[in-house]
Design a protein. Sequence first.
Length: 481
Amino acid sequence: MRWKPGVVFALILLAGAAETAFAQAQPLQTQPQAGAADFEKLYIDALGWLQGMIRIDTTNPPGNEMAAAKYLADILRKEGIPAETYESTPGRGILIARLSANSMPDPSRALLLLGHLDVVGVDRSKWQVDPFGAVIQNGYLYGRGAIDDKGMTIANVAVMVALKRSNMRLTRDVILLAEGDEEQGGQAGMKFALDKYWEKIAAGYSLNEGGRAILKNGKVQYVGVQAAEKVPVDVTVTATGTSGHGSVPVPDNAIVRLSDAIGKIAAYQTPYQLTPVTETYFEQLSTVIDPEIGKWMRALDNPVRSDLAQKKISEASPVWNSMMRDTIAPTMLNAGIRPNVVPSEAQATLNVRLLPGNSIDGLLLNLKNIVNDPKVAFHADTSVGEAAPSSSLDSELFKTIQQATQEEFPGVPVVPMMSTGATDSAYLRLRNVQAYGLLPFPLTEEDTLRMHADNERIPLDSFRKGIEFLYRVVSDFAVAK
Ligand SMILES: [Zn+2]
């Protein structure tokens, strides 16, 4: 996912201390008519595959994802699952594999499992083990991508293999896409796959990264399923002024003008807005979270108290704040060529995240009025993100996830989420795919915060439980009863 680790902190701040062993987990009963996939063997195989994947350095840039795609293709072919790799640019590309239900595939019913092959960079000096060594220590597998996103990719592969080994009769095709370049926008990955191979991956439903199974005191507190994501737009703010010699300053200074504008923008509070996904998110979350904040979540639909409730919730967490409104984060500055030269122009970049359905034009108009300076111009680059609709909370797949969660973690609610960061699911939603983010591994706050950070790791029993949970969702959805 394209976001900063700290962003999720507040979301699970109330989740509390690390633990293993899932008190309320129900062991997976193999399907009565199944060839009984041996989950012990599958887990051991999958652990080896994940270690193999982590040892292939796919840091993006440059990516090098083809090596990982070929590694997965070998695994799948050995299991008798047809798999193809496609190169987008030298050394980069995607893998596609498919389990067919019957001779007449119906894309509108098919399920697409996604996982990206690339990882973000590492600062080796900050790691206690080799980030690409796939070292197991104290019940954890360490490595860049252990969670984001090689753990998920291997869980997808394991589910495909389990379906194949147990010779399940499928009622719909199950397709696997492992794409490169997720962390840098998808040109060499998702966009390539959609442009060149849509007919090979076309599906009505998909599962991808983006959700959370939050672990607290040895119990899964809730399963967050991402059904929407905010839309990233980069806005360039350009201020102009009179250039000249640094020893003769004049009031019309581009940098001063820009600073004034950024100050006004930073003070601007966009209006609160709830979407169907965030309404349900807060409603569901209020049932399992600290009652002190839960009461305000329940007050969101009370016309008298909703303003105060929104204020209380957004003050309690920057993530909740970001889920309830369009956000504007100044991220870059660019001005000046010499210390003794007053520049004629100064620029800043704002990373805007719009709620689904909101337009950048409306927001820019407000910013222009607030800044109210004819020598400050705004330019929006909308190519960085996709204005995708949200996925339905009534779809067959969402209901299956709810059912499987009850089977796996009885009494644990499924909480639909809108992620503040972007994933490749957005591209699919634009093609009418009911796309959901489900990271099936029960994780504590501490472990979740290691994504994109130092010493990323996955607890071995969470990895195992995640495979079983994902298998339950996929088999409930795609296997004949
Ligand atoms: Zn990711």
